[in-house]
Design a protein around this ligand. Structure first.
Ligand code: CDP
Length: 216
């Protein structure tokens, strides 16, 4: 059976996760957050106190991983993990490994209508043939404010100016890296997630509702 794939790409803090969860629930798709896979490896690097720039040791670490869990955990969202994830995401060997893991997960799970997968390169590299491609756009200041609030709500210390700087840096890294930079995938629909979530839902229903004929 050919599974339906919906790809959602966009910059840090653009709300891909919430949108993907919404799509997953509404159309009965399994949700795979590819960022979690990068964060899982980042967490291992952190725990083992490895240098995130030390490619040799990272290759060793990866070669010992059979299957990467895509289960979410709130610790994976901590800023120290985000920072490591952003560094290692530039490493091609690691990206190839994560991409293979994503394909394995999609192949293995058959229970749902298909998958909604969010990340930076899903519609442009990993699942180029996705049935529907979405690209999420949000003003950088709105993203920083939301991320700041999220961290405060999690009980973490957060300084808005620092978060804004971090997001700017991560955007730059994501967009200018040599391997799989963040781009608007060919054929993607651009969703503006700056306003209310209700407005975002309306934009998505129009696009997915038209393109996909599944019961929900
Ligand atoms: O929540 P946020 O958008 O900040 O991050 P995430 O989606 O959880 O991704 C964590 C890190 O992995 C980011 O620094 C991304 O650059 C990287 N990533 C990537 O390079 N490619 C993906 N498909 C997903 C995430």
């Amino acid at each position: 059976m050919n599974k339906i794939i919906i790809s959602i790409d966009g910059p840090a803090g653009s709300g891909k996760d919430r949108i993907a969860r919404y799509v997953s629930k509404k159309w009965s798709f399994k949700h795979l957050d590819s960022g979690i896979l990068y964060r899982r490896i980042a967490n291992l690097i952190y725990k083992k106190k490895l240098d995130p720039f030390d490619k040799k040791n990272i290759i060793k670490l990866i070669n010992n991983i059979k299957e990467l869990s895509y289960r979410k955990h709130k610790n994976l969202r901590l800023e120290k993990i985000s920072r490591i994830a952003s560094i290692i995401a530039e490493f091609k060997y690691l990206r190839d490994f994560v991409n293979k893991q994503q394909k394995k997960i999609v192949k293995r799970i058959n229970k749902k209508n298909g998958f909604v997968i969010d990340g930076r390169d899903i519609g442009s590299v990993v699942f180029k043939n996705a049935n529907v491609k979405l690209y999420i756009d949000v003003d950088i200041h709105i993203r920083a404010k939301r991320r700041h609030k999220q961290l405060i709500d999690m009980g973490e210390k957060s300084i808005y100016r620092k978060i804004l700087k971090d997001i700017k840096l991560r955007d730059k890294k994501d967009k200018t890296r040599i391997n799989s930079p963040l781009v608007i995938p060919k054929g993607a629909f651009i969703i503006d997630n700056s306003s209310t979530f209700h407005s975002t839902q309306n934009q998505i229903i129009k696009i997915i509702g038209k393109k996909i004929n599944v019961k929900y």
